[in-house]
Write a protein that binds this ligand. Sequence first.
Ligand SMILES: Cc1ncc(COP(=O)(O)O)c(C=O)c1O
Length: 376
Amino acid sequence: MKNRIYFDNAATTPIHQEVIDAMLPYMIEKFGNPSSIYSFGRETKQAIEQARKIVAHYLNTKPAQIFFTSGGTESSNMAINSAVEELNCTRIITSAIEHHATLYCAQYWQKVGRVQLEYVNLKEEGVIDYEHLEELLKDSTHKTLVTLMHANNEIGNILDVVKVGDLCEQYSALFHCDAVQTIAHYPLDVQQMKVHFLSGAGHKFHGPKGIGIMYINENVSIAPALLGGSQERNMRAGTENVYGIVGLAKALEIAYDHLEQDSLHIQSLKQYMYSKIKTILPEAIFNGDVVNGLYTVLNISLPKTSKTEMLIMNLDINGICVSGGSACSSGVESISHVIAAIRGTNNMVPIRFSFSKYNTLEEIDIVIEKLKEVIA
Ligand SMILES: Cc1ncc(COP(=O)(O)O)c(C=O)c1O
């Protein structure tokens, strides 16, 4: 098979070889059930607790505040559901450009009449209007959950989490932050962010799929998300995904150990792609806050033509993977809800390029040549 160029790292990332090496023993010889009391089980239990310590260390919290889930969707659902069902929130403030894991969950609670749902205004290029957020927070007697993502998976905009955390504290609101796109890509400190809940997923930073992180602040007490066994300190029943947990922690460790050098490399790829696109496709509009946004994501819109509509498929035929929006929405939504929120339903075709440490400048040159060929 010809070499593939993978520019869809916001959808998922290739797993690091060292992560696979760390996971393998837990698939082969160390397969004991962590709930078993004999030593064979205790060694897998220990591996889980060691992984929890690693995650807690990088988020600047205690291991007791970290729970392992099946991914970002479960973590975000768990945070929002708990805020409504256990912590009596009767209002949710979010934005129109959140991931569907947040939006659909918040909209569900609105639909069943349990919460008033408010959307914070967006400024140009989808930047959150913090003044409006404060107005919303000031103006209510409801107990409120604010759920805003740290970085947008489609356009890369980054939230000022410290500012939002401070506002939530000032107005006694709870704060859930979907940090799926930023964990392992930026230093994160849950104390400084003043979050009550934070969601993450292993597969966005060269870890395995189907494993997620949920941080829960020690001052909020919630009921179990799943009932059954006493795993995850009674919070989430079911035999743990031991190798997933071990792999996630290893991937996190590798990412933070190489953060500076990897982020500089990826940033330079984004910058190079940005300048090349400006030259060869002057009609392209850059979506989101390109300068201050996520260094892994570059999102453009091209005028809709028969060629641009077929662009992603044509790139795919040439072994190039890019996305039209988020992976989760491709093929389902005719237009990305994020692009629609910032541009309206216009006659443009959005394309997201998202990079990882494994990408190279040479790959960008190839993609640029293909773009020229396909669109010209
Ligand atoms: C910002 C964001 N939140 C949540 C999710 C959902 O994560 P998962 O697919 O691990 O459930 C994703 C995945 O694309 C994401 O990018």
